[in-house]
Design a protein around this ligand. Structure first.
Ligand code: CA
Ligand code: CA
Ligand code: CA
Length: 182
């Protein structure tokens, strides 16, 4: 009888141990799952933010197109705050890609230091290639209402993607494009 009771006790202990193990496993699984969930929600936030901010990759750069319009100087400040700078256009391909946004937007070109000397935001002078609209730059032409025109917009209301730059008053509001070179 005593043996039988002992055997029962041992079996009961074993069952308890097994249940305890199961409980531990269950807690571990739960922790693991919640860890995965955190990771998933983090990466979801990341993707969401990325999409929201409109960064697009093309060739070896990332591009940001603004959703609001601002004067040139403020637009550039925004690019700098994003760890980028205003776009510098180096090739026909890049020009055509930016034109495909179909938004009249500022680019990183200005002659605000010396009239008629066009410089990119990195300080380099504009040589070829350049993509001026016909009869541009005109610094506002003869119309004093235009004021000085020292900043360059991509005028997507023209026909040819490679003839789309227009000098504009820097105080006008335009969309803008930032570039981050990879
Ligand atoms: Ca570029
Ligand atoms: Ca000018
Ligand atoms: Ca002009």
């Amino acid at each position: 009888m005593a043996d039988y009771v002992n055997k029962q006790m041992i079996e009961l202990k074993e069952v308890n141990q097994e249940n305890q193990n199961r409980a531990t496993r269950s807690v571990k699984t739960k922790t693991h799952l919640s860890g995965t969930k955190n990771y998933l929600s983090l990466s979801h936030t990341h993707t969401h933010t990325h999409t929201q901010r409109c960064w697009q990759k093309f060739e070896s750069s990332w591009y940001f197109l603004s959703t609001v319009k601002k004067p040139w100087r403020e637009s550039r400040q925004d690019c700098l705050k994003r760890g980028a700078d205003m776009v510098i256009i180096n090739s026909d391909k890049e020009q055509e890609f930016l034109f495909s946004f179909i938004k009249r937007a500022w680019i990183g070109l200005t002659d605000s230091v010396t009239e008629g000397t066009w410089k990119w935001v990195d300080g380099t002078q504009l040589t070829t290639p350049s993509y001026w609209q016909s009869q541009q730059p005109d610094n506002g032409g003869d119309n004093p209402a235009n004021g000085e025109e020292d900043c360059v917009e991509l005028n997507t209301e023209t026909w040819l993607p490679v003839k789309a730059w227009n000098d504009q008053s820097c105080f006008n509001n335009r969309y803008w494009i930032c570039e981050k070179v990879v």
